[in-house]
Design a protein around this ligand. Structure first.
Ligand code: BES
Ligand code: MN
Ligand code: ZN
Length: 499
């Protein structure tokens, strides 16, 4: 979808969107369009129940002249107008008009008493429209005529449109990253497996990201027994991808800043292995590489908008399958850290992959902070449902910063505890640890397990099992892969590293 900006004017033809405040109070543009159409807008509003409330809209067909339609969107009260509400509005504009028109002209005004200026509102509406325009339909060969998404052009009219455009540009790059993540999590596991996922990351090289793919042999040499144990039942070889983006210029004569590192669980399909999952809903496990998907999309977003940060992305890519060569319950593996793990349940595989990915990242890059993302536990959905990701950290400031960044972008995270009582639950009688705890606190024992592989590095773990895929959808995140985590971590980088 193409997004463009122009200085405010009443368009002569086509489809137009205007805002109406609570209490049927027309914005300046709504008033101008009403005047230009001989009062068609006010007449239609009077004849309807539309009051200008948030989330409501009213379509006025053929209002006069060459305008095909005027769609009034409710803005609610002035105090409700903020960045997130305007992104949401952009998403709603797209979903409302998508089936009907190929292009739309959105008229945006400054509103008295509102902190945001017109060009700032325009940039947010544009961002929401772009995010909401996402669709994964490459496998639909027989699209019905009326299902075809037709909307290809969104043009935003506002004062100081050049400023709106430059505010929007980095957001467009963030959306590119979110879309990449959504594409990756949407692909089925027969198409996307470690090798093909690794190949996808190579497309980032042209953006100035250094991409290395470690082979199974290289990982074996490094001693990554935990990750490789998960992969050994699959016909597909495991891979590890290391992405480096250096956006922070090194000071003359100085050393490069320590990087921040993002680590992702990339289980391209999680059957459970020999501890096989029930078949109902197992298809969801194609998106068990969601953490890796976020790391890859985030690297794309950061490089795309030329963020001033040194960032490393590491993803452990494996397929967890049952077979004659698969890992068995009771197997003991040695991780790269040297610590041994008794694998009591082959379905608790994500932590085994991350154990080696975290240790490798820490040893090789000495990052100042590590943030990992993983669709790690079903238990996090029991605890938090599908609206918050679980957050675990060994550093309270980092935890707060992530909570705040999440609020800023509406990808919310909630902190859960770590502690010695939970750590004890994964001690093993025969090895240094076991890969499951007891029944309760499953997300916490999983996080405690990861903590054993981060040393003293500042670290946070986001359990995104509940938020990676949405059956319901939202205006800026249609049904399916959400890309949750890309905007959150991009904002955290903006707030804490680029400032
Ligand atoms: N990938 C799953 C977790 C998951 C479940 C993600 C549902 C998304 C939706 C993970 O590998 C897993 O199987 N976890 C087990 C752990 C258990 C065996 C200790 C779980 O949550 O049941
Ligand atoms: Mn599993
Ligand atoms: Zn899994």
């Amino acid at each position: 979808m193409k997004v463009s900006f122009a200085n405010i004017a009443v368009p002569k033809a086509g489809a137009v969107v205007v805002g109406v405040l609570e209490g049927r109070k027309l914005t300046a543009s709504a008033q101008a369009v009403d005047d230009a159409t001989g009062g068609a807008v006010t007449r239609a509003i009077k004849a309807s129940t539309f009051k200008g409330s948030k989330h409501h809209s009213l379509t006025v067909m053929t209002p006069g002249g060459r305008l095909s339609r005027v769609v009034c969107f409710g803005l609610g009260k002035v105090k409700d107008i903020d960045a997130l509400a305007m992104q949401d509005l952009g998403g709603r504009i797209v979903s409302t008009l998508k089936p009907h028109v190929t292009s739309v002209q959105v008229l945006i005004d400054g509103v008295d008493g509102c902190d945001l200026k017109a060009h700032e509102i325009a940039a947010e509406v544009a961002f929401g429209a772009r995010l909401g325009s996402y669709a994964f339909d490459k496998y639909k060969t027989k699209k019905k005529e009326h299902d075809k998404p037709k909307l290809t052009d969104v043009k935003l009219f506002c004062a100081q449109s050049a400023k709106a455009k430059s505010l929007y540009e980095p957001k467009d790059k963030i959306a590119d990253g979110v879309f990449f993540t959504r594409d990756l999590v949407s692909e089925p596991a027969n198409v996307l497996y470690p090798e093909t996922l690794a190949a996808q990351t190579k497309t980032l090289a042209k953006m100035g990201i250094k991409v290395e793919v470690l082979s199974q042999t290289q990982m074996k040499r490094l001693g990554m027994g935990a990750l490789l144990g998960v992969a050994q039942g699959s016909a597909h070889e495991a891979k590890m991808v290391v992405m480096q983006y250096n956006g922070k210029p090194t000071r003359k004569g100085g050393k490069a800043d320590q990087p921040v590192a993002f680590i992702g669980k990339g289980v391209t399909f999680d059957s459970g292995g020999i501890s096989i999952k029930p078949s109902g809903g197992m298809e969801d496990m194609k998106w068990d590489m969601g953490g890796a998907g976020v790391v890859i999309g985030l690297m794309k977003a950061l490089a795309g908008r030329k963020a001033k940060v040194n960032a490393v992305g590491v993803v452990g890519l494996v397929e967890n399958m049952p077979s004659g060569t698969a890992q068995r319950p009771g197997d003991i593996v040695t991780s790269m850290s040297g610590q041994t793990i008794e694998v009591l349940n082959t379905d608790a595989e994500g932590r085994l992959v991350l154990a080696d990915a975290l240790w490798y990242t820490k040893e090789r890059f000495n990052p100042h902070t590590m943030v990992d993302l993983a669709t790690l536990t079903g238990a996090i959905m029991v605890a938090l449902g599908t609206h918050y990701a679980g957050l675990f950290s060994n550093d309270d400031d980092l935890a707060w910063d992530l909570i705040k960044a999440g609020r800023d972008v509406d990808e919310r995270v909630w902190s859960l505890p770590l502690g010695p009582e939970y750590d004890k639950m994964i001690n093993s009688g025969v090895a240094d640890m076991q890969n499951i705890g007891e029944r309760w606190g499953g997300s916490i024992t999983a996080a405690q397990f990861l903590k054993r592989f981060v040393g003293d590095t500042k670290w946070a773990h986001l359990d995104i099992a509940g938020v990676t895929w949405s059956k319901a959808g939202k205006p800026i995140s249609p049904k399916g892969g959400t890309g949750f985590g890309v905007r959150l971590l991009d904002r955290w980088v903006q707030n804490k590293i680029e400032k």
